[in-house]
Write a new protein. Structure first.
Length: 551
């Protein structure tokens, strides 16, 4: 991750900083780049190494940042022993990880990272044991901090095990990694030691402003930070937090471009005449987008290992309640749980009555000048197809729907026999006769080749469509997928309203089978067990859990 004076890719660190001589600027740039190496060394050495870490209990970089921090990303490279062992054991199941990295449970991750840096030709003469280990701690963070200027400033925070040795240590890093007088008195070195933390910024003055602002009003003590990181669940090896205040920088189109890494390429704007994000060329934000910005209240995410699995849990403010209320039901997730136990993959969701009109109104609100045109196009579509909007579309998708693939995947048969060899189907919670009537209208336009796949049969309170007759029978009978171990390990069954599930163990390890002609790929897919995505809405918060398990 780059921390040049321009900031990380998603932040613009421009502000009223006094211009320094060119050599000083070069030195600051090198020193800030060093900070980025320390904070993101796991990425430099190989992201998989960082993926072996957890947050341990104890002090966190948020303690060294002020409550005016608007975005925060932290990592811990030396978690508690049990968590580290669990993570490395999981990753060592994959031959590619063992062959390329060969990380052991008792390895010092930071030492491995610095070995990689020096081996690549950077920081010649740097001795990790003598120059780094005595003072550098395990936790680090990068953040965007609002100091009252036009744009937030990028900041790095690094844990120290010995603040006294850190002064000399960072100077040694600066010397051996290419900067001349990093940290010397009178030079704008860009770092300040404060207790057990080092704060790094574009200049020492900015770093000191951050330290002063954090004194008595830290991010760690901020109620919003505590709320959102709590909503994201237990601690992990990486954590992300975005404050409500971050949304204000989306108000201005230029500001939005800076936050995303310097704006849209001119060719994109020239080609479309407008910002694809919805911001007009004159910088005016559409009312609908402005309302979303105003309603955004914050978000957080955590990445962690747990019992042979890696998971990402996130929580974000429900800034579109007028839309999310139409998917606030567990019917779709329950339907997935009732699919046959040998299901290979499935997705399920629910739709409350009125969702189609709400979606149409939303689209019109984003392009108000095109509202009449949309109505005209919709009327033409109804005339040509015989479909009635929104009635027919809501009937077709019902109150809940699943799309699934069952066991019996045979690539050769599918290649030779066509769609009828695919064990795939759809179940819809709704009236089968009414759904068939809508499908008949579609079939009349689609032609006989597709019409044969648009015949509905009745299941247990559902309408069933399938490409294969055998699989149709299984969908009609239902099952108990939700009781399977794979499903239970990756899906949040107590709360899930929207579900995506894939079992890699099902159908005789289907993914390994279909890649058997590529042994190197196949052997690295073999440890995978299941993948799941769960989404649910709890009042003002939208939750999500993404999880991958291994055998």
């Amino acid at each position: 991750m780059s921390m040049t004076p321009g900031g990380p890719e998603y932040l613009d660190a421009s502000g009223p900083v006094e211009t320094a001589p060119e050599n000083d600027n070069d030195n600051r740039k090198r020193l800030i780049a060093l900070g980025a190496i320390v904070a993101g060394g796991a990425v430099v050495a190989g992201g998989a190494w960082a993926a072996t870490s957890f947050f341990a209990t104890g002090s966190q970089p948020a303690e060294a940042l002020p409550d005016s921090t608007i975005a925060y990303f932290s990592v811990d490279l030396d978690p508690s022993g049990g968590q580290k062992i669990e993570a490395i054991k999981t990753l060592r199941k994959f031959p590619a990880f063992t062959d390329k990295i060969n990380l052991q449970t008792d390895d010092d991750l930071q030492e491995r990272i610095f070995e990689e840096i020096t081996a690549s030709g950077g920081c010649e003469g740097l001795d990790y044991a003598a120059d780094v280990k005595p003072w550098l701690g395990s936790r680090a963070a990068v953040a965007a901090v609002d100091l009252g200027e036009d744009q937030p400033v990028p900041v790095g925070v690094f844990q120290l095990t010995d603040a006294g040795k850190a002064e000399e240590g960072i100077a040694t890093l600066a010397e051996k990694c290419g900067t001349a007088d990093g940290g010397s008195e009178g030079d704008s070195a860009g770092w300040v030691v404060a207790g057990d933390w080092m704060v790094m910024a574009e200049t020492k003055e900015i770093a000191q402003q951050v330290v002063d602002a954090a004194d008595g009003a830290s991010l760690a003590a901020d109620a919003s930070y505590d709320q959102w990181t709590g909503e994201a669940g237990d601690d992990g090896f990486m954590s992300v937090y975005v404050a409500k205040a971050a949304a204000q920088y989306l108000d201005d189109a230029a500001g939005m471009g800076s936050m995303l890494g310097g704006g849209l390429p001119s060719s994109a704007e020239d080609f479309t005449g407008e910002d694809p994000m919805g911001v007009a060329p004159d910088g005016e934000v559409p009312a609908e987008l402005q309302q979303m910005i105003d309603d955004f209240d914050g978000m957080a995410a955590t990445v962690r290992f747990d019992d042979g699995a890696v998971e990402v849990e996130y929580a974000v403010s429900n800034y579109q309640p007028d839309m999310t209320k139409f998917v606030d039901s567990k019917d779709g997730a329950s339907m997935v749980a009732d699919l046959p136990a040998d299901t290979v993959a499935a997705m399920g969701f629910s739709l409350e009555k009125g969702w189609a009109n709400a979606m149409l109104d939303y689209v019109k609100s984003t392009v108000p000048d095109e509202s009449d045109t949309i109505d005209e196009q919709l009327a033409q579509f109804e005339s040509e197809t015989g479909l009635a909007f929104p009635e027919d579309i809501e009937t077709l998708l019902g109150e809940g729907m699943t799309m699934s693939v069952g066991s019996g995947i045979d690539p050769d048969a599918i290649s030779n026999g066509g769609p009828g060899e695919i064990p795939a189907g759809i179940t819809i919670k709704g009236d089968a006769d009414e759904i068939q009537a809508v499908l008949d209208k579609i079939a009349a336009q689609a032609g006989p080749e597709l019409a044969e796949y648009m015949q509905v049969t009745e299941g247990d309170g559902t309408a069933v469509l399938a490409l294969q007759d055998d699989y149709r029978g299984k969908l009609e009978a239902g099952g108990d997928l939700g009781a399977s171990d794979d499903y239970a390990k990756v899906i949040e069954q107590d709360n899930a309203q929207m579900v995506l599930f894939v079992s890699f163990d099902a159908d005789d390890d289907w993914l390994v089978r279909v890649t058997q002609d590529m042994p190197e790929v196949s052997e690295n897919l073999e440890p995978l067990s299941a993948f799941g995505v769960s989404g649910w809405i709890d009042g003002d918060v939208v939750h999500g859990l993404v999880k991958v398990t291994t055998d």
